[in-house]
Design a protein around this ligand. Structure first.
Ligand SMILES: Nc1nc(=O)c2c([nH]1)NC[C@@H]1CN(c3ccc(C(=O)N[C@@H](CCC(=O)O)C(=O)O)cc3)CN21
Ligand SMILES: CC(C)C(=O)C(=O)O
Length: 285
């Protein structure tokens, strides 16, 4: 089949395609070749993951944003390997088609490549994820290299790396000055050379993210990184309007789930207080 015929064949599309088996790193590589953009969402439980899987989202991330968005912490820093393993296993159980990527949480790979391999292996064996993500380019090179050599697909994460929030002093745009932009380009190349299959770019100027995307053969996944990336990711609770409080500027809300769910809870409560629930059909004789 020629390249043009392949491009015209929508059945292979990551989003909207007919393929039922689980998405693999080869499918993502092929999508970059076709110039096809794709969506990624976070998920932290089986029910929500099954909704996104049925909606055709090809890649689901068990992000350590679970810290803020699922577990009630103030940041991603407190998230543990035990928590990650439980949430990842649930997301895998809730899906049939999506590639499930799990974040190695803070402290689970910083000691070195052997620690990274031990913890990543646990997520593949215990939870059944298809790939892992870790933060950093050059600084995480030994970890990425050993994981890839061991047969574990690695997604890198550059720009704003939330596990370093205490060192960065907040959640700010990264790579703004020339020196930081050059470092980001070096980090991106390093991640690709180490064998990473994809690269998250978080809160990076759009022009820089587009330059990184053009200079790599692996797909970039943007969040607050403009339209020039190969893929886009959002935290699902932000995307669906479920997050409590302020959401980052790069978020578009596609639903008002928090309002909808609150209304449902209030209506249920009123019915119970008024004696309107349960009705005859909910009762057994
Ligand atoms: N709900 C949620 N969404 C996320 O995207 C997300 C998390 N949590 N937790 C982990 C990291 C942290 N991230 C964040 C958190 C806050 C901002 C934020 O408030 N940014 C400001 C600009 C910086 C500032 O002025 O403090 C913004 O308006 O976008 C950005 C990314 C991204 N990730
Ligand atoms: C925002 C995405 C990229 C992430 O790293 C997370 O959800 O933890």
């Amino acid at each position: 089949m020629t390249h043009a015929q392949k491009s015209a064949d929508g059945s292979k599309a990551l989003y909207g395609g007919t393929q039922q088996r689980r998405i693999t790193v080869r499918d993502l590589a092929a999508a970059k070749e076709r110039g096809e953009k794709w969506p990624m969402l976070t998920a932290y439980d089986a029910t929500t993951a099954s909704v996104f899987d049925e909606a055709g989202i090809p890649v689901l991330l068990v992000g350590d944003s679970a810290g803020n968005c699922h577990l009630g912490y103030d940041s991603t820093v407190p998230v543990t390997m035990d928590e990650t393993a439980v949430l990842s296993a649930a997301v895998v159980r809730g899906t049939r088609r999506a590639m499930v990527v799990a974040d190695l949480p803070f402290g689970a790979y910083q000691e070195g490549p052997v620690q990274a391999l031990r913890n990543a292996t646990r997520l593949l064996k215990e939870a059944g994820v298809g790939a892992i993500k870790l933060e950093g380019g050059e600084r995480s090179l030994p970890q990425t290299e050993l994981l890839v050599r061991s047969g574990i697909p690695v997604m890198a994460h550059l720009g704003l790396t939330p596990q370093s929030v205490n060192a960065l002093g907040g959640y700010y745009v990264q790579g703004r000055d020339e020196e930081a932009a050059q470092q980001l380009l070096r980090d991106a190349k390093a991640a690709q050379d180490a064998g990473a299959f994809a690269l998250v770019l978080e809160m990076v100027p759009a022009e820089l993210a587009a330059e990184v995307t053009r200079s790599l053969h692996i797909p970039t996944v943007g969040i607050g990184a403009g339209a020039g990336c190969d893929a886009q990711v959002l935290v699902w609770t932000d995307m669906a309007g479920m997050t409590s409080g302020r959401v980052p500027r790069f978020v578009r809300q596609y639903a008002k789930l928090r309002e909808t769910l609150g209304d449902a809870a209030r209506e249920f409560a009123r019915d119970v207080v008024d004696g309107a629930f349960p009705a005859e059909e909910h009762s057994f004789r």
